[in-house]
Design a protein around this ligand. Structure first.
Ligand code: RAM
Length: 332
């Protein structure tokens, strides 16, 4: 069985078990659904740990960790409709599409359900606020710099993204393209999409290597894509020729750093992100104002100050390489 399918099964079983064997919660518990792009993705499992931490701190919160099996808007719409039918109190969603989810989320809000997006945003009319992990411009520059810093003579790079409609990756890629002229000699030859599926991402990485034999770096701004690209480059015997970089989890990427397939990569703390998203959903449900200019508390992560699109940013990404990856690989 493929690793991803196995982890989907485990996630599915975990969900089924939590639905059947969950202790009876008090009627007045606040039920917050953490809706992810798809089940079986380590990044979201780490975020769920943060959501559970927030729930334990708040005391009267139940987390429903859920999502479709593939990174599609259709799958998330089904999940949202079922959460509306269950009458949850809040939905905190990482969206597979900024617009396609809006009607379902508007319906949720019209029923009194608090809706926030986090990680990958929903258009403003479909949510009360959005929490970005970090500044989009900073992430865009970071992913290009991670590649360019190891290319003193310049050369060809390619981007292997998640799904073509993912709000977060599309915004980061846009921001990366904006700063590309600041890296003379670095040439972006292609952007391809692995849909946050390991096997599709692996094949897309293979495709990039055969189409662009002079490729010097693959930038994957997705934890699924970066690991699959590392595996594809390793299997092709191209360690040292092609540097795989982008956004990854230390727990998944430590072996790639050790082998040299990845010189460095970046990420923010996904546990903190899930924690912060849960705190925001809870506080808005409890009456906190989420208008442009207002600040919504997010527990130990401080306050989210909303810009004029109702968005806020959590913290800066952190870079991992052989000097520090081992210190973090057991955390997320
Ligand atoms: C994947 C998902 C997620 C993104 C990370 C970096 O886990 O696409 O949305 O934030 O990568």
């Amino acid at each position: 069985m493929h690793r991803r399918n196995f982890s989907k099964l485990v996630a599915g079983l975990g969900l089924a078990m939590s639905l059947t064997s969950a202790p009876a919660f008090a009627e007045d518990n606040v039920r917050i659904a953490l809706v992810v792009k798809a089940l079986g993705i380590g990044f979201f499992e780490a975020a769920a740990k943060g959501a559970e931490e927030a729930a334990a701190e708040l005391g009267n919160v139940e987390i429903i960790y859920t999502g479709p099996t593939d990174t599609t808007a259709e799958g998330q719409i089904e999940v949202i409709n079922s959460l509306i039918a269950q009458g949850v109190d809040a939905i905190a969603i990482s969206a597979n599409d900024p617009d396609a989810l809006v009607p379902a989320l508007k319906k949720a809000m019209s029923r009194g359900i608090t809706v926030v997006s986090w990680d990958s945003g929903v258009s403003p009319e479909g949510r009360q606020m959005h929490l970005n992990p970090s500044s989009t411009e900073l992430i865009g520059n970071t992913i290009i710099k991670l590649a360019a810093d190891h290319m003193p003579d310049g050369g060809d790079i390619a981007i292997l993204s998640a799904s073509a409609t993912a709000t977060n990756q599309n915004a980061w890629i846009e921001a990366a393209k904006e700063v590309l002229p600041n890296y003379p000699g670095v040439n972006l030859v292609s952007t391809v999409y692995g849909d946050d599926l390991s096997d599709k991402s692996y094949r897309e990485a293979q495709g990039l290597m055969s189409t662009y034999p002079d490729l010097k770096a693959i930038i994957a701004p997705t934890t699924v894509g970066i690991l699959a690209s590392c595996q594809a480059v390793t299997d092709a015997g191209k360690i040292g020729e092609i540097n795989v970089t982008g956004l990854g989890l230390p727990s998944e990427m430590a072996g790639c750093v050790e082998s040299g397939a990845t010189k460095s990569f970046a990420i923010w703390n996904p546990i903190d992100l899930g924690y912060a998203a849960t705190m925001l959903a809870y506080n808005i449900h409890e009456g906190a104002t989420a208008d442009a200019g207002s600040s919504v508390p997010m527990g130990r992560m401080g306050e989210a100050t909303l810009d004029d699109t109702g968005s806020a940013a959590m913290s800066d990404p952190f870079t991992y390489d052989s000097s520090n990856v081992d210190d973090f690989k057991s955390i997320f």
